[in-house]
Design a protein around this ligand. Structure first.
Ligand code: FES
Length: 117
């Protein structure tokens, strides 16, 4: 069973970046998306950079034609070291979902956020 540990206050989480916290000696990024709060381990599975400190952004997606469209704005975090993009909700690398950073459930009690470890 997961431990529920305090992460931060809701008003500490910006809408365009992660709030970086340390919980149980783990660096964690807490994000606020349209559907609520999400948390990822702040370690990129590629080469270990501080993934959650990269920009929160969207991604370019192929269409049926020869175009690319910018999509999913605010749902992706891009690692600052080599540009790998991860789904904030799942922690999955967009190019290969078998590569992922650890994600944590987040619960809210009043103005406090807890991660489940
Ligand atoms: S360390 Fe994150 S993309 Fe390389």
């Amino acid at each position: 069973m997961a431990n529920k540990l305090f992460a931060c206050k809701t008003d500490e989480v910006p809408t365009d970046a992660a709030k970086i916290v340390t919980v149980s000696n783990m660096p964690i990024g807490v994000f606020k998306l349209d559907d609520g709060y999400h948390a990822l381990l702040n370690i990129c599975p590629h080469k270990g950079a501080a993934l959650c400190e990269g920009p929160v952004c969207g991604t370019t997606r192929e269409t049926d034609s020869t175009e690319f469209v910018y999509d999913r704005a605010g749902e992706i975090v891009r690692c600052a070291w080599h540009g790998w993009e991860f789904d904030i909700r799942s922690g999955e690398f967009l190019v290969d979902s078998s590569i992922k950073t650890r994600r944590f459930d987040v619960s809210q009690e009043g103005d406090e956020l807890y991660v489940h470890i």
